[in-house]
Design a binder for this molecule. Structure first.
Ligand code: G1P
Length: 291
């Protein structure tokens, strides 16, 4: 196994308006919506840390400051809880190493590719990860850890993929698959939100990436793509052939928390598994379904 430059930085594009969840997301970022008692962004940051990532780069916008507050120390809260003898354990995941939470602004929503490009000065010349926090990936090890392990083997660029029913492919980035080797599939082509009859497969990009810094140069002069937005998928497609490009099929479960039904599904699934409430939730669900 060759020693690769380690993945220490992750970009979280969190400037989106969250219109699908209005009115809930009028005054709070959609990334702060909780699955039970943890906001979505916390799940993504936990997954990054598990994979050995240290620097969390949030690409934010107006009205999104709660995300950064979440990873700060809430002095009044902690002092009061401490004085009252309350356990501070629940706050543990929100602790950050000073200097390791970094924000850049995306002033105008111009697409995922543009959001990632906004982080170019912080990414510099290092390979980096990307997390789309809408996609909740539950597994052991987590999705990014599985990807980092694959990266240590093959290097280059990696994306996580999963199979969806054919009729759903037009909502996603889709890969043209090449040779398969276990969980790894060679990526021969990429297309963002193709019509069903033009999709090269039913394997879609599921919100986790490890990319080489050259993608920033590619994004620099890029034209708008699907939906009139600057697409990350288009930039990645242009890198195929110049650098290794693989897809990793995640061994675990994925919940699309960008949709209301996916969000509810994730809440039920995770609640059923919790030691502190699983049995009670199961009894409640059975009672509700019996009616
Ligand atoms: C983005 C990406 C797409 C990917 C999807 C995963 O699309 O552009 O390639 O499949 O995330 O959720 P969006 O959901 O922002 O339209």
């Amino acid at each position: 196994m060759t020693k690769r430059k380690p993945i220490k930085k992750a970009v979280f594009p969190v400037a989106g308006l969250g219109t699908r969840f209005l009115p809930a997301t009028k005054a709070i970022p959609k990334e702060m919506l909780p699955i039970i008692d943890r906001p979505l962004i916390q799940y993504a940051v936990d997954e990054a840390r598990e994979a050995g990532i240290e620097q969390m780069i949030f690409v934010t916008g107006r009205g999104k400051s709660a995300i950064v507050e979440h990873f700060d120390i809430a002095f009044e809260l902690e002092t009061t809880m401490h004085e009252r003898g309350k356990d501070l354990n629940a706050l543990e995941p929100t602790r950050a190493i000073p200097g390791d939470i970094i924000t850049v602004r995306q002033q105008v929503p111009m697409g995922l590719g543009h959001a990632i490009w906004c982080a170019r000065a912080i990414v510099g010349d290092d390979p980096f990860a990307i997390f789309l926090p809408d996609e909740l990936m539950i597994g052991s090890p987590g999705c990014m850890k599985q990807m980092v392990e694959a990266y240590n083997e093959v290097g280059g660029n990696l994306i996580s993929v999963l199979e969806v029913p054919r009729e759903d492919v037009s909502s996603y980035g889709v890969i043209a698959p090449g040779q398969e080797n276990g969980a790894l599939t060679e990526v021969l082509g990429l297309v963002e939100k193709p019509p069903v009859d033009q999709a090269p497969s039913n394997k879609i990009i599921s919100g986790r990436y490890i990319l080489q810094p050259e993608v920033m140069r590619t994004l620099e002069n890029q034209e708008k793509g699907a939906g009139g937005e600057i697409q990350l998928t288009d930039a990645m497609a242009r890198m195929i052939g110049t650098q290794p490009f693989h897809a990793v099929t995640f061994a675990g479960r994925r919940f699309d928390c960008g949709s209301k039904t996916g969000f509810v599904e994730a809440t039920i699934a995770l609640a059923l598994e919790r030691e502190d409430m699983g049995a009670e939730i199961r009894a409640i669900a059975e009672r509700l379904l019996a009616n």
